[in-house]
Design a protein around this ligand. Structure first.
Ligand code: ZN
Ligand code: ZN
Length: 160
């Protein structure tokens, strides 16, 4: 698995082709250089797969570990909120999905793993006792709801 191909290297003799999505002759060089994907502007607009997301999102939403992420191309960008913060490591959504679906068995497998972990978190938390914050009115449920600060479990409370 190739992580960061050296810039401009075509030394492996592979024939240069265009966009992998539609076969158009052009592709965006910057995406090719950073992530090794040949894609044209039209195809980028058609999908959200070429958006970049942070490492935090990669771990939380796609349940990928550091070693999973180590084999996926990434880009370092200065933190837009504060340049003194650590640089953000960004990943291509498309490549995160491919990795996560391979690891968890497709979108359904990933969702099932999310569900399993949520359940385990709530059950673990229940053993020591949830730590609920003050009740807040939830208009959608038309009742007051308390949320556990640790596991996120919600419970409706009766108002009298
Ligand atoms: Zn294309
Ligand atoms: Zn809890």
């Amino acid at each position: 698995m190739q992580v960061a191909p050296p810039l401009g290297s075509q030394a492996d003799g592979s024939r240069e082709t265009g966009c992998a999505g539609c076969g158009s002759a052009t592709y965006i060089q910057a995406i090719m250089d950073k992530f090794g994907e040949r894609v044209c502007r039209a195809c980028v607009r058609e999908t959200d797969g070429f958006r970049t997301v942070t490492k935090t999102t990669a771990k939380a939403e796609y349940l990928l570990s550091d070693s999973d992420l180590a084999v996926i191309p990434s880009e370092l960008k200065p933190n837009p909120r504060n340049t003194r913060f650590r640089d953000m490591r960004l990943y291509l959504l498309k490549q995160l999905r491919e990795k996560a679906y391979a690891k968890w068995g497709g979108p359904e497998g990933l969702e099932a793993e999310h569900h399993r972990r949520r359940l385990a978190r709530v059950q673990g938390c229940a053993k020591v006792g949830h730590d609920f914050c003050d009740a807040k009115w939830d208009a959608e449920r038309a009742s007051s709801v308390q949320t556990c600060k640790r596991c996120g479990m919600q419970t409706e409370v009766m108002d009298f």
